[in-house]
Design a protein around this ligand. Structure first.
Ligand code: G6P
Ligand code: MG
Length: 214
């Protein structure tokens, strides 16, 4: 029986996935590395430094640690600039209603984001109180596709992993959820998210009745 719903943040609750892409794209352009939305799929859900390493790998660029750290900081500054313009109305349409309906159904609600900016994003959106627990990138050692973040979220919700459903827009996130022994709803395209138990185009498309069947 499903007892908890765990949401990813970027690309599931709000369109910050776009901001991550724009910031990485700017860095790639500066460095002369070809980078498009298809390449960006590999960066979704993974940590900032791992994302940078994937980007540098695309350009076959090798750099010392301090230089890589400086580039990651630069990307983050651009990302934070985009984020600071966000307001409560930017939450994806239908998501607040979905959370209200889930709470009515007595499901526990968690947020599990690899982003260290997640606390600031939820604060700007005014949604921090909607979650029974929030786990972000600063609280884990291994990011998605490792299951650590989802297992920690389930533990904090005091729910067995097998009773959790994860909403994810990243291939790495779907893999992490499945490795955690959870059900997974992919939000986006079945091309990238085919390993999920169900793929929907938008978070708000989810039909609650399905939870009784899982
Ligand atoms: C999320 C996003 C990734 C991002 C990661 C780290 O998982 O999907 O694209 O790289 O968080 O975000 P941060 O804000 O800590 O750089
Ligand atoms: Mg995401």
């Amino acid at each position: 029986m499903i007892k908890a719903i765990i949401f990813d943040l970027d690309g599931v609750i709000v369109d910050t996935a776009r901001f991550h892409f724009l910031a990485w794209k700017k860095l790639a352009q500066e460095m002369g590395i070809p980078f498009n939305e298809h390449d960006n799929e590999r960066l979704k859900g993974v940590s900032r430094m791992q994302s940078l390493d994937i980007l540098l790998g695309l350009g076959k660029v090798k750099l010392a640690k301090d230089r890589r750290e400086a580039l990651a900081t630069r990307k983050n500054e651009w990302f934070v600039d985009y984020v600071e313009s966000m307001k409560p109305g930017d939450v994806y349409r239908g998501v607040p209603e979905l959370i209200v309906a889930l709470k009515k159904g007595k499901y526990k609600i968690g947020l599990a984001s690899s982003s260290k900016n997640a606390p600031r994003v939820v604060q700007l959106l005014g949604i921090e109180k909607k979650f029974d627990t929030i786990v972000d990138g600063s609280m884990i050692i291994d990011t998605k596709p490792d299951p650590e973040i989802f297992l920690l979220t389930a533990q904090r919700l005091n729910v067995d992993p097998s009773a959790c459903v994860v909403f994810e827009d990243a291939e790495a996130g779907v893999e992490a959820a499945k490795r955690a022994g959870m059900k997974c709803v992919g939000v986006g395209s079945a091309v990238q998210l085919g390993k999920a138990d169900l793929v929907i185009a938008k978070t708000a498309d989810f039909q609650l009745e399905l939870l009784n069947k899982w």
